[in-house]
Design a binder for this molecule. Structure first.
Ligand code: HPA
Ligand code: ZN
Length: 326
């Protein structure tokens, strides 16, 4: 219908996307064979059946296992290129993409192998698909601060390709104060700070992200809406939030899509965006997320246009580049 056609043709940016979370079961099995990696899955159906999650940690366990098939620069290129081709058809013209280097260096894959493959695909997408991009290197919050500093040291050699630093993995038990020093060092090196906060954690985690890590964008941030004072602050400051409706549903942060906070955040005057997070694991890419909330939250065409415009307003591209995209 009309809304679906509108969603398909609107130019959009995606600002919350883990490249390792785009690994489709078929590519996972192909790479397992190519690289002789053992997986507990025989078929695409086996993989699909395993993707029933009760919480964030349930997902993370399979996410880290799945990415063990990624070994060579070519693997990282193929993974990234497959995502870019897919979302080109969704009207995506800009992406700010997370990657998790510690999940790879921890198992003996070099930082340069990971970054090299991703960058090759992003440059190819710029030339051949007209998609622009920025890379966000995430620290894994379940690992010690010292290892985050190691990742930062690697990133400093590649400032031409890495724009921002983020914080992801298990939120419960690993709050922002643990990463205050490494974020200060990263900001000192010129990286723009963002973090996953208020996904499974609390509004207090969101506040700590802002006040201790000095984040310039909030990834998820659902729980911020439980705190009226914080909500008012986010509206006043226009701090962007990158929300992920299908992710919230599949990780049981919300019981149904009708409970997605996207519309409430819009109505509260927040700069909110819609994103896919880990599309292969959560059952939908960018436009699937737009379609899902259009239906579940009864969004108007005006709301959909607003969300697409917000995706550029909330991005880290310059104002003149924003104009070129809209
Ligand atoms: N939350 C936290 N960590 C993650 C996620 C997420 O949704 N996806 C990949 N790492
Ligand atoms: Zn995420």
């Amino acid at each position: 219908d009309f809304a679906n056609a509108l969603i398909d043709r609107l130019p959009k940016a995606e600002l919350h996307l883990h490249i390792e979370g785009t690994l489709e079961p078929e590519l996972m099995l192909t790479l397992a064979k190519r690289n002789k990696v053992q997986l507990p899955y025989e078929s695409v159906e086996d993989v699909a059946k395993a993707y029933e999650f009760d919480c964030l940690q349930d997902f993370l366990d399979l996410y880290y296992m799945g990415m063990s098939v990624l070994q060579t620069e070519r693997d990282f290129h193929d993974l990234t290129w497959a995502y870019l081709l897919k979302v080109k058809a969704d009207g995506l013209t800009h992406v700010e993409m997370f990657f998790d280097p510690q999940a790879h260096t921890d198992r003996g894959i070099s930082f340069e192998t990971v970054l090299g493959g991703i960058v090759l695909a992003l440059e190819q997408a710029n030339r051949e698909l007209g998609i622009t991009s920025k890379l966000i290197m995430c620290f894994l919050r379940h690992l010690p601060e010292e290892q985050a500093f190691d990742a930062l040291e690697c990133a400093c050699k590649h400032k031409d390709h890495i724009f921002a630093v983020g914080l992801d993995s298990s939120e419960k038990g690993f709050p922002p104060p643990l990463f205050e020093r490494v974020f200060a060092a990263a900001r000192g090196e010129g990286f723009t700070p963002v973090a996953h906060v208020g996904e499974e954690g609390t509004a207090e985690n969101v506040r700590e992200g802002l006040d201790l890590l000095k984040i310039e964008r909030i990834d998820h941030g659902n729980q911020a809406l439980s705190d009226p004072e914080l909500t008012a602050r986010l509206a006043r400051q226009q701090t962007p939030l990158t929300m992920c409706p299908l992710s919230n549903l599949r990780l049981k942060g919300i019981p149904t899509l009708g409970h997605s906070p996207v519309k409430r955040a819009m109505d509260a005057g927040l700069l909110v965006t819609v994103n896919s997070d880990d599309p292969s694991y959560f059952g939908g890419y960018l436009n699937d997320n737009y379609r899902a909330i259009h239906q579940a939250l009864d969004l108007s065409e005006k709301d959909i246009i607003k969300l697409a415009k917000n995706s550029f307003a909330a991005s880290f591209i310059s104002d003149s580049e924003k104009q070129a995209h809209i």
